[in-house]
Design a protein around this ligand. Sequence first.
Ligand SMILES: [Fe+2]
Length: 188
Amino acid sequence: MQPFTLEKLDLKSVKAFKASDGNGMTSNHKKTIAVGLSQVLADSYKMLLKIQNYHWNVVGGKFFMVHKMTEEQYNELFKAIDEIAERVRAIGYLTPATFAEFDKLSTIKDGDMQLGEDEMLADLVASHIAVAHTAKAVALKADEYHDLATADLLTKRIGVHEKSAWLLQSLVTEQPAAKAKSRAHKAA
Ligand SMILES: [Fe+2]
């Protein structure tokens, strides 16, 4: 491997860095990332409330496991929300912090306390995947703009949401399609 030398630096990048005010991003790039982070923040806050809704209102044979797993997830998410919000501030923008703004910025729908336990689980799985998708889109943009701190933060969030989706999915007894298939198999 060639040792790193100053001569190998791309001078165009060096100039762009100097033209920005510190972290190598132009003001347009910062705005794009701040808006993206705000969307991840809004998704995460809506998700926090949905997880708590089901933590409090779930009823059925899986109560204990769902209650316990959702508690772990909302505690983890609560800390992450603070980190995401503070990254928006570090980039130089104000952090949205009202339910009205979160509703506008997020695609996550409110939870429904009338759902059965498997339906609640399916809703949480789909919502975790949706948050991971938002985070991925912003992480890719951050990577493109060399905003490594944001890319790193959001890459971790993607991993957490995908793992949470898997853990919750594993509590679902059997998918309707799989059930029908297994019945058909027995009958043959
Ligand atoms: Fe609790």
